[in-house]
Write a protein that binds this ligand. Structure first.
Ligand code: AR6
Length: 169
């Protein structure tokens, strides 16, 4: 299994009928702006109610909920690092987001998943460096998780798309 399981798609992640979509959440897991706000709006109040029972999530961690009104069956909430110049463990924490998300994928037998570009919006992580981490962690997971069929990287803007294209070279 290699790069052929990866697809770049320009869409709103909440529209995707995959097993799981990933949310770029914050430590509270109680919603916010960006993709987090869009996911909570589309999923409806059931999602927030379940998130309240999770008591937050550390940076680099991941927790799973149902998808409620979303076409996706699950939402995997992960908390990316805030970019602080690159010397504050940001890369390790972002790698952990992907690693811990794929651990849940494996445990729940998820075969199709879509990721936003975690940390690259409000949290300011450089798109190119984030895309390299996303691709590398995905290829490593695909080697291990034999039932994984498709990983979609949602490109919400042109800069994100270019970064993934380059990272896939
Ligand atoms: N579908 C797919 N991607 C999207 C969508 C969408 N509907 N909306 C935005 N993006 P961000 P972060 C892209 O800021 O940097 C929240 O307030 C966006 O263009 O959503 O991890 C949380 O509560 C960018 O490429 O997440 C946290 O407080 C990417 O998603 C904080 O923001 C990530 O941007 C997390 O910041």
């Amino acid at each position: 299994m290699g790069k052929e399981i990866i697809r770049l798609v320009e869409t709103d992640i909440t529209a995707l009928a995959v097993d799981a979509i990933v949310n770029a959440a914050n430590n509270s897991l109680l919603g916010g702006g960006g993709v987090d706000g869009a996911i909570h709006r589309a999923a409806g109040p059931g999602l927030l109610a379940e998130c309240r029972t999770l008591h937050g999530c550390p940076t680099g961690g991941a927790k799973i909920t149902k998808g409620y009104n979303l076409p996706a069956r699950f939402v995997i909430h992960t908390v990316g690092p805030i970019w602080q110049g690159g010397n504050h463990d940001e890369a390790q924490l972002l790698r952990s987001c992907y690693h811990n998300t794929f651990a849940l994928v494996e445990a729940q037998h998820i075969t199709t998943i879509a990721f936003p570009a975690i940390s690259t919006g409000a949290y300011g992580y450089p798109a190119m460096e984030a895309a390299c981490i996303a691709v590398r962690e995905t290829l490593a997971a695909a080697e291990r998780i034999t039932f994984l069929q498709q990983v979609i990287f949602v490109c919400f803007n042109i800069g994100t798309r270019r970064a993934y294209e380059e990272a896939l070279q």
